[in-house]
Design a protein around this ligand. Structure first.
Ligand code: AAL
Length: 470
């Protein structure tokens, strides 16, 4: 991009930004975040050689054609579904050596108070991991970070400083249902009442059962409770040959088209042709099975169900924890971690048929956004700018943190719409991306023993009277 166009482009952005800023300062007084003026910038700003209209006077490569047909001639700059994500530590429910907090719900605001629900475990022993969890393990030893947990809640006035209020829904003491752990809650607010959907684990974990559990529900007249458990499954597991026969996880209700749409995740287990389950790794016999994650949706007229699974399920071929919100007349989904479409923002104009709309870097994990119109069902979703998420699986207890983004139609946070996120030293050498010693030794062996050498051919060009393509 030559400097003259670059300066014009930047001045265009700056002008628009400054206009926005004046508007914002005039209207709200807060810096950097401006009310989005109009959805499409009319200044004609464009990338050099990439006109805003698709050229028809020259051949286009597949990638350039895709820029027009699939994306936007302004690339991420013009893509309302693209955002960077920035993180903040939170107080009150953040990092804590003695307590695990994870899988935050969507955030609800009632008058001036924000509410969030999450999985909380406080155990004497650290989780041992399912592959080490034997039948003779004492009952008070957790198999996983979300074992021996309950649903707690916290409140805040500003989204950064939180106060843990205590247990919202606790596991049953004894009895034959939901007596081992409750985890991964999400909230629904309809008919003046509040409904929490969560994973209910009955009985000890076992390698055989893996992470299998029910999704159950509790309701209350106030976000502060008391909560009344229905003590039965709300969404049934699929049959053993169904995509969602392995688990029903991460229940995520929204109100859409006048009904309750409860999105969920399932661990889809890998099977050999003969039908037996594929083990996760030959190295550690007995490790939980190999699986892939996908999402589905079940729809009901009333919070207590019956929930009817969509015949189109699975409606996402990738992803892990569920994070969705109403947007325009459709639904946006953040697809993270697993599968061919991991780390993408997807949009379904009908809530069912999702298409990839943007690729994103280091998205929030198990994000629970503040989404005021999550239950409005008005077919005019405005989007999100922040929420809570978690960091888990690095040895210590899981903890909550805040994410900020710009996936909102009315709020303009230009600083989150551009710029490249690249991994720093710490990110490269975090546990999951550092090459283990034993693979390093193997790589050295491969380097020493390989016969491969770099090919250095004699390039014979047309001037030698030779057609190089023959
Ligand atoms: C999370 C969620 C579910 C799983 C476990 C706790 O990432 O997908 O909640 O059961 O991990």
């Amino acid at each position: 991009m030559n400097m003259q166009v670059h300066n014009h482009f930047v001045s265009g952005i700056r002008t628009r930004f400054l206009v926005g800023l004046v508007v914002a300062l005039a209207s709200t007084g807060c810096a950097g975040q401006t009310a989005r003026t109009n959805e499409r910038d009319q200044s004609g700003t464009h990338f050099t050689g990439i006109p805003l209209e698709k050229p028809t006077d020259r051949p286009l490569s597949a990638a350039t054609a895709r820029l027009y047909d699939r994306w936007d001639p302004l690339a991420d700059f013009g893509n309302e579904f693209h955002s960077n994500f920035k993180y903040s530590r939170v107080f009150g429910i953040g990092k804590d050596p003695a307590v695990s907090r994870r899988d935050p719900s969507k955030i609800v605001r009632l008058r001036d108070t924000y509410y969030v629900w999450y999985t909380r475990r406080k155990t004497e022993h650290a989780p041992v991991g399912l592959q080490n969890y034997t039948d003779d393990m004492p009952d008070d030893v957790p198999a996983w970070d979300w074992d021996l947990a309950d649903i707690y809640y916290a409140t805040s006035k500003d989204g950064f400083n939180w106060t843990e209020q205590g247990v919202a829904v606790g596991r049953n003491i004894g009895g034959d249902y939901a007596n081992r752990s409750l985890s991964t809650p999400d909230i629904l607010c309809v008919n003046g009442k509040y409904y929490l959907y969560f994973q209910a684990f009955t009985g000890r974990f076992s390698r055989q059962r893996g992470d299998r559990c029910d999704v159950s529900m509790a309701w209350a007249d106030s976000p502060d409770g008391p909560w009344h458990k229905v003590n039965r499954p709300i969404i049934e597991l699929g049959g053993s040959s169904d995509w969602d026969g392995g688990s029903i996880h991460d229940p995520y209700p929204l109100v859409y088209r006048g009904q309750i749409w409860l999105y969920y995740k399932s661990d889809v287990w890998l099977k050999y042709a003969g039908g037996e389950f594929a083990e996760a790794s030959a190295e550690v016999p007995g490790r939980p099975r190999t699986y892939h994650r996908m999402h589905g949706v079940a729809i009901a007229d009333r919070p207590e169900g019956p929930f009817v699974k969509s015949p189109l399920n699975p409606i996402a071929n990738s992803g892990h924890e569920t994070t969705l919100f109403p947007y325009r007349a459709g639904i946006v989904s953040l697809i993270i971690k697993d599968g061919p479409e991991k780390n993408t923002v997807q949009y379904a104009p009908d809530g069912l048929n999702f298409e990839v709309k943007a690729s994103i870097v280091q998205p929030p994990v198990a994000a629970g956004p503040f989404c005021p119109d999550a239950f409005a069902g008005n077919g005019d979703g405005r989007g999100i700018t922040w929420g809570l998420c978690h960091i888990v699986g690095f040895g210590g207890p899981g903890f909550l943190l805040r994410f900020d983004c710009d996936l909102h139609r009315d709020i303009d946070r230009p600083y989150l719409k551009r710029g490249t996120i690249q991994a720093n030293e710490a990110s490269h050498f975090q546990p999951l991306t550092t090459l283990p010693q034993r693979w390093r030794k193997q790589a050295i062996q491969e380097a020493l023993s390989t016969k491969a050498e770099t090919t250095n051919i004699h390039l014979r060009s047309r001037s030698d009277g030779v057609d190089p393509n023959k």
